[in-house]
Design a protein around this ligand. Sequence first.
Ligand code: ZN
Length: 282
Amino acid sequence: MEKLIVTAAITGGLHGKAANPNLPEQPEEQIQHTIDAWNAGASIVHIHGRDETGAATQEPARYKEVFDGIRAKGCDIILQATTGGGIGMGLEERLQSIEADPEMASLNMGIVNYPLPSGTGYNLSENTPADLIWYAEKMMERNVKPEMEVYSVAMMKEVLMLIEKGLLKKPYYINFVMGMPAQGTIDATRKNLCYMIDMLPPDSIFNVCAVGPYQLPMTTYSILEGGMARVGMEDNIYYGRGEKAKSNAQLVERTIRIAKELQREIASPDEAREILGLKKLA
Ligand code: ZN
């Protein structure tokens, strides 16, 4: 098995401090959570920008501020921006984050329909095949490696489509997003994970993230199956039943502990760059 790459998804695009006051929103909080997660053993940070009010933003300057702040602290973690963004954002707006030159960016591989937190309707994240091609082309142009977010078995078809069009470089990095309470997503079960692993094309590396109480078991299954693990407060605001997470680092620490007990070695950021085919840091 490859060494384990742990991603810390520190801030998502949906919930904020109302869900867990420890969730980082402002740049200085995001920088500190990243440093702490890196010290705990994470080698990728996945970030959603937030504006001064805490609302999701894809403003490149906001990402740049966070990225520069992380590097200024001597932290060599791999920087990954979302292109999923937040509620109500259009395709062009979502893609803006790559202008801040992250090393990686998420690439949502199909249609997901999220119920709004207010309960008054849905947020449709469209992602047609033409959109995926456009996103992949833009990422290739800027030398940003996509992490393909696969929410269901059906989205594996789009992975193959992008490979066929020559829009992805090896190794293909696929994140199985499981247990989202949204239309178009797959349930977080071991059987579903095994099925999706079986469908991976050659030269793929897979990562797993899962929502809420599924985060711990599903990422642990992934570690056992030779995959990577994404934890953090974007996907899960709890540490245990009824116990809110104190920090992203707390969730990373547990995953690192489990992996070590399972005799899986942990990849440093530089080792993760080598595994993923990313350029070394200058
Ligand atoms: Zn995200």
